[in-house]
Write a protein that binds this ligand. Structure first.
Ligand SMILES: Nc1ncnc2c1ncn2[C@@H]1O[C@H](COP(=O)(O)OP(=O)(O)O)[C@@H](O)[C@H]1O
Ligand SMILES: [Mg+2]
Ligand SMILES: [Zn+2]
Length: 459
């Protein structure tokens, strides 16, 4: 008889190795390798399977009906959009996020709005029936067709699903589910993979929609959702701080839609509320006449979103000047500082410089460069930028302002929110047709960073 073997598995990415590593050689995360015991697979059970030609089914591509796809609407436009227009029937999706972010809340809340004819099974391995009922009452969820089950045994859950045949199954969370016949402990990489595999088979064979909740963890004690991203149809992550009330839902994978869309939510005592006007929310509370502030416009999927970039520049007290960026790439900030010094004559070498993007948004798009540059100079010179100015554009190393995509969408959004002056790249400006007639907002095309900054500071 063969002995069981020990392997070390990374709980973040699933990398396997015979020996333990402090840092995972595959994904580079620290302290994520955990030991797992593998039972030997007997030779007999792996005997060859013969298929007859009738098992294989093929169909001409022309005769595939694409209108077949059924989507369920969740009652949240924000969530439907991230899914690509509703949750696809028969799909397996993963909702990931740190504990306390609102995953259970969101999926329980959708039970309130989903079509009442759909039979929903909510399986919880984390909370008691009483706790779920209390939460449901708080969220105002009443649904004759919502069934609750508290169970962690994968086989029992699978049997229950096959027997009752619900339309939608919610698993909270995939890391608490386990197959007791398998030797590894719940939450380990192999258990989480096995559970996901079972749910995948159930979803596809019975054509039911399964939503998995997955915890993101930092210390590697349980397997992260990364290890099962490749198995599911869609992966959504809930981002934001459990402390602040705003949450951003982002798709990182979607076989049935685009991955650029985000959904914005606000958590309050009656659950998550959608924020249909994120720019307004992000700009609320913007200080008036303070230096170091410039409004940026970034595209999140097909939506332009305005947000406030704040900067603080102070004299360095000793040694190397400090640079810090929250919500913006640190290296990109260093690059913008270098361009401002070399091409526009603003010196930051004896100054500490900080950048903060308000509201927890991450500005990954180069179009945010210009607002960051303007905020930095405004902070350095201690000159406030007019509240009604917005700027966007990519900053090049020669100090030029480069064109960005979706220029007109951004201008329209700025105008809608009451801005009066918009500094944009010159090359975008020349492509606008009759801007004076089309927009009330004043539009200025800037060729260089020096010109853009002077325009913003009104110098
Ligand atoms: N009784 C309550 N009143 C108001 N808000 C609550 C209450 N209970 C929980 N919350 C909010 O719900 C959040 C927990 O959401 P939950 O859906 O359980 O998170 P997750 O499932 O992602 O771990 C808490 O951070 C808190 O903001
Ligand atoms: Mg939960
Ligand atoms: Zn790894």
């Amino acid at each position: 008889m063969k002995k069981s073997t020990n392997v070390f598995v990374c709980s973040e990415c699933g990398y396997e190795s015979a020996k333990w590593n402090g840092i995972c050689p595959s994904c580079g995360q620290g302290n994520t390798m955990v030991e797992e015991i593998r039972e030997p697979v007997s030779k007999k059970s792996g005997s060859k399977v013969r298929f007859s030609p009738s098992d294989v089914s093929q169909i001409c591509v022309n005769s595939i009906d694409i209108n077949e796809e059924v989507r369920y609407h969740t009652g949240f436009n924000e969530l439907d959009r991230v899914f690509g227009g509703g949750i696809v029937k028969g799909s397996l999706s993963l909702l990931g996020g740190t504990p306390g972010i609102g995953k259970s809340t969101l999926l329980l809340q959708i039970c309130k709005f989903l079509d009442k004819n759909l039979k929903i099974l909510y399986v919880s391995g984390e909370e008691s029936k009483r706790q779920i009922k209390m939460r449901a009452s708080r969220l105002g969820v009443e649904n004759e067709n919502l069934y609750v089950m508290t169970e962690t045994n994968l086989n029992k859950i699978a049997a229950e699903i096959e027997f009752t045949n619900p339309d939608i199954v919610i698993i909270d969370s995939v890391q608490t589910m386990n197959n007791p016949e398998s030797s590894s402990f719940p939450g380990s990489v192999s258990q989480v993979k096995e559970c996901t595999n079972t749910f995948l088979k159930l979803a596809k064979s019975l054509d039911i929609t399964i939503l998995l909740i997955g915890h993101v963890n930092k210390d590697g004690a349980i397997a992260g959702p990364k290890v099962l991203e490749h198995m599911v149809d869609a992966v959504l992550y809930f981002e934001g701080d459990a402390q602040t009330s705003y949450r951003i839902l982002r798709a990182v994978k979607n076989r049935h839609g685009s991955t650029n869309e985000i959904g914005v939510f606000r958590m309050d005592s009656v659950g998550l509320q959608e924020v249909e006007n994120p720019s307004m929310m992000l700009l609320a509370g913007k200080p008036q006449n303070a230096s170091g502030i410039c409004v940026a416009c970034v595209m999140e999927g097909s939506r332009p979103i305005l947000t406030e970039v704040q900067s603080l520049v102070t004299a360095t007290s000793f040694g190397n000047p400090r640079r810090m960026a929250t919500g913006f790439d640190y290296n990109r900030m260093a690059l913008i500082l270098a361009v401002l010094e070399k091409r526009a004559g603003y010196f930051f070498s004896a100054m500490d410089a900080y950048i903060n993007v308000v509201g927890g948004l991450k500005l990954e798009e180069p179009a945010a460069d210009l607002s960051v540059a303007i905020a930095l100079v405004s902070a350095l010179k201690d000159i406030a930028i007019d509240d009604r100015i917005i700027a966007f554009g990519e900053v090049g190393l020669a100090g030029e302002i480069r064109a960005v995509s979706n220029c007109e969408l951004r201008i329209t959004e700025a105008e809608r929110l009451g801005f009066e002056k918009c500094i944009i790249p010159h090359y975008n400006f020349v492509t606008l047709k009759n801007p004076e007639k089309k927009y009330k907002i004043e539009i200025i095309g800037a060729k260089t960073i020096r010109q853009a900054v002077a325009e913003a500071l009104n110098q």
